[in-house]
Design a protein around this ligand. Structure first.
Ligand code: HAM
Length: 416
């Protein structure tokens, strides 16, 4: 039996990679003063249907009727849940709120590289501040997040746009208000479809593809100036490219929108986000009228990018090696010393070391093999010399005899 298409079995090595990602996600969010929250993975389907919270995601919902006859859906994204939670209790929190989440999302998507039906998403959202300073803070967080994996200016960039520029465009070209979402969806998908198809979809709006391309090519977005100046003084301006071609597929964005994408390969989007100043008010019937900005990044695309980028891969390998399941392996060379070996293992574990040893009688060679297989940096050989033990650094086979009572301080020293 295989897992369902788009779902993954995470074996321990896969989980170790995921933990590496999540560790950096959390660490970077905390550097920016964000606090973690979570909500349910199952929500009322209505949450995604309410005005403005839907967009293309509605077609990808995993939805069903539960045993209590409720129309429910597995969350395809966390933003509507965040908005619902904030709308319910926003008075309890000083503004602006800096919240992050690491959570599983589900989308019934066509399977392709980096796109799954169940994935882990990291979201950072800043609620209660509508200024470009808040936009800059969130975008800087995203840049630092990608940098924390060893990715640099040559590996990714942030395409930055502003939906208000598109709203001006639509007003100038007579796009009716109730068709703006439909129009923006076409612009969002335009890069991925043949020109004839785009022209055909644009035809009912009376707008030619040439007009649209010309508008995108101009790439002047004066509203972005304060945000760009902010990123400039942080030394992060080089990562950002103003680009009107980005509009984002989700319906609720109102202002600045952005997408991080890989510069090599097929320019895949790694992360996406933007400002959604009306979602909270819409979900709370106006009682929580708070501006918000944030982004989401998925685990699958990011893991692929790390695999393809040698510096990032080397950094990940080193981190995984340092986080091996066993640090010290106790080799029992004389079986009659097993009680002393167990006592020593206990003592080392209580001191915080990750310790392994053979559960039964094993040849010494096999024990060393097990030590290396588990990623141990040191083997401690207990044999006839007890209470003196032999400590072997496995990387270079350097060996030293140490009295058992001196072992802990010796290991602590070797860790520094
Ligand atoms: P999104 O662009 O739909 O935005 O998703 C953000 C990121 O989640 C994508 O760039 C990708 O890394 C990952 N992702 C999305 N769908 C999949 C999938 N099927 N498989 C694997 N990874 C996927 C949002 O979800 C917004 N809620 C982000 C946001 C937060 N905007 C404001 N705050």
């Amino acid at each position: 039996m295989q897992p369902l298409p788009g779902f993954r079995d995470l074996f321990p090595a896969d989980f170790a990679r995921r933990n590496y990602l999540v560790g950096r996600w959390r660490e970077t969010a905390r550097r920016y003063g964000f606090v973690e929250f979570d909500g349910p993975t199952l929500e009322s389907a209505e949450l995604y249907r309410k005005k403005n919270s839907g967009g293309e995601i509605l077609g990808q919902l995993y939805e069903f009727t539960d045993k209590g006859d409720r129309a429910v859906a597995l969350r395809p994204e966390v933003t509507p849940t965040l908005a619902r939670m904030v709308a319910a209790r926003h008075r309890d929190f000083p503004k602006p709120m800096r919240w992050f989440n690491v959570g599983t999302c589900f989308r019934y998507e066509r399977q392709q590289r980096g796109r799954l039906r169940e994935f882990l998403q990291f979201n950072c959202d800043l609620v209660g501040d509508g200024s470009p300073a808040a936009d800059a803070e969130v975008i800087a967080l995203l840049i630092d997040l990608l940098r924390s994996f060893g990715l640099g200016e040559g590996d990714f960039a942030i395409r930055l746009s502003d939906r208000s520029a598109w709203h001006d465009f639509m007003a100038r070209h007579g796009v009716e208000k109730d068709r703006t979402a439909e129009f923006l969806t076409i612009v969002d998908r335009m890069e991925k479809m043949p020109a004839e198809k785009a022209a055909e979809l644009l035809h009912p709006f009376g707008i030619g593809i040439g007009t649209l391309r010309e508008f995108i090519a101009k790439a002047e977005i004066p509203a972005l100036a304060p945000l760009l100046a902010d990123l400039e003084v942080r030394g992060l301006r080089g990562y950002v490219r103003p680009d009107l071609g980005v509009v984002r597929g989700l319906a609720y964005y109102t202002g600045v929108v952005f997408e991080a994408f890989a510069l090599h390969g097929n320019l895949r989007a790694i992360a996406g986000g933007g400002r959604y100043d009306r979602l909270l008010a819409d979900l709370s019937d106006g009682s929580a009228d708070l501006p918000a900005v944030g982004f989401g990044v998925g685990d699958a695309v990011l893991l692929e990018l790390l695999n393809e980028t040698p510096t990032a891969k080397a950094m990940e390998d080193a981190a995984l090696k340092a986080d091996a399941p066993v640090q010290v392996y106790i080799v029992i060379a004389a079986e009659e010393r097993r009680p002393e070996a167990l006592a020593l293992a206990q003592q080392l574990r209580e001191a915080g070391w990750r310790v392994g040893f053979p559960l039964g009688v094993e040849k010494v060679g096999k024990q060393f093999g097990a030590a290396e297989g588990a990623g141990a940096s040191h083997a401690v050989v207990i044999g006839s010399e007890w209470p003196v033990v032999k400590v072997k650094r496995l990387a270079d086979r350097h060996e030293k005899e140490v009295a058992k009572d001196a072992l802990l301080p010796w290991l602590a020293d070797s860790r520094c």
